[in-house]
Design a protein around this ligand. Structure first.
Ligand code: CTP
Length: 402
């Protein structure tokens, strides 16, 4: 479940493209995340996939015509337009985009697009030349000017066999856009949250480095959760294999010093700083410009201490740290809370099965500076992220003048 999607009416317009099969995945993932997905299919779409497929995935009626005899609503298109929290057209063909640009209303989807007050996302999918044709570009500009959000298309292999622009954007990216739009007026709207993620890399020579086992998943989950609550989110990321979250400003760094420099640039304007990164405590005193050779039986590398980013970042923002420990979890975490001048520390025992580096779950204790200690069961990193942000929200409410 994804909090910003739970109970939200997502009207999903599906038009006639081979990319319709991806809309099935989108409908399924949105439903699993807690959204109420109301599918409207054009005649063209039902040539590619059946309404039954969408009904089976969403457990809801699928609208295919303006007079839908089995509908619970008397005027279906208006009913869907009114109850929509967001309308998403994916895939959107050149034809559907042209009809929407002209304001035509000859099927349930175009009628809904005219009647709704909800935000609209258009995800084009078509042949590259059709997409690049000035007619399509002009139509998309018109829709954009009317306030619709155009996402994609991506470049890649198209159904025609050629490689070019025109692919429907990936489901996870599209869901990112839907989440960002649904959350934009959330509790953290107008707040800036800076989050660090991943394990920093300290270079020994051009081939080798000192790093750690952090996957970045916790920091990335925090960035998505902050964005979902409307925050202007800045993610300062050490190298990870994760995709950049949608609608988040991502700043890529490698070393602890680079991370500190970037945190310094942005943190002074932020309401909160969450250091989820695993920052290397030491770095090689010098980085060799050539690959070191194994010409002796032992080797010493002199290390020097990196600055403590949390300690050295000054300002009135809410500061949150993590304490990944293998022993004496609470004692160590409380010490760091005090020594680093934090408002909250998130302690986790890295020896807990499925609770350490690289997993999708985490088992944490959140300790606040006033001594409150909250012990959570094993949860998804997304759920942990929401718990942390809920507490930051409360702290920000306390600080802000009425
Ligand atoms: N941290 C930081 N700068 C550093 C090291 C850590 O800002 N140079 C932050 C981490 O991002 C984390 C918190 O401090 O939020 C605690 O990091 P951790 O690695 O658990 O502790 P350290 O302070 O490095 O102490 P130790 O390694 O001795 O446990």
């Amino acid at each position: 479940m994804i909090p910003v999607l739970i109970g939200k009416h997502v009207v999903l317009g599906v038009t006639g493209s081979i990319a319709c099969y991806k809309a099935l995945d989108l409908a399924s993932k949105l439903t699993q995340a807690g959204a109420l997905v109301e599918v409207i299919m054009t005649h063209g779409a039902s040539q590619f996939v059946t309404p039954l497929a969408f009904r089976s995935l969403t457990h809801r009626q699928v609208t295919t015509s303006l007079s839908c005899p089995q509908s619970e609503h008397s005027i279906e298109h208006v009913a869907l337009a009114e109850k929509a929290d967001v309308v998403v057209v994916a895939p959107a063909t050149a034809h559907c985009i042209a009809k929407a640009a002209l304001g035509l209303a000859d099927d349930p989807l175009t009628t809904t697009l005219l009647a709704t007050q909800a935000p609209i996302i258009i995800a084009p999918a078509m042949d590259g030349h059709m997409y690049q044709n000035p007619a399509t570009q002009h139509n998309l500009e018109k829709l954009h000017a009317r306030g619709m959000t155009i996402v994609g298309p991506d470049k890649g292999r198209l159904a025609s066999g050629i490689t070019g622009i025109g692919r429907l954007i990936e489901t996870q990216q599209l869901i990112g856009h839907i989440r960002a739009i649904l959350g934009r007026n959330g509790y953290l709207a107008n707040k800036t949250i800076v989050i660090s993620a991943g394990g920093t890399q300290e270079h020994i020579d051009p081939a080798r480095m000192i790093t750690n086992r952090s996957s970045g998943k916790m920091g990335y989950a925090l960035a998505e959760a902050a964005r979902d609550q409307g925050a202007r989110t800045i993610l300062i990321s050490a190298p990870t294999s994760l995709s950049d979250p949608v609608a988040v400003q991502v700043i890529k760094v490698e070393t602890a010093l680079e991370m500190q420099q970037q945190v310094n640039q942005v943190a002074s304007k932020a309401e909160a700083l969450i250091m989820a990164a695993a920052v290397s405590d030491y770095r090689p005193k010098t980085t060799a410009t050539r690959k070191l050779k194994k010409d002796s039986n032992s080797m010493d590398i002199e290390l020097v201490k990196n600055p403590d980013i949390l300690v050295e970042t000054k300002g009135s923002m809410v500061k949150v740290g993590f304490a990944a420990e293998s022993n004496d979890l609470i004692e160590n975490a409380k010490l760091k809370l005090v020594q680093k001048g934090l408002d909250l520390i998130v302690a986790n025992d890295i020896t807990t099965p499925n609770g350490g580096f690289g997993t999708d779950t985490n088992k944490v204790v959140i300790i606040s500076k006033n001594g409150v200690e909250e012990n959570f069961p094993l949860m998804s990193k997304e759920s942990v992220a929401h718990q942390i942000l809920d507490r930051i929200r409360v702290l920000l409410d306390k600080f802000s003048p009425c």
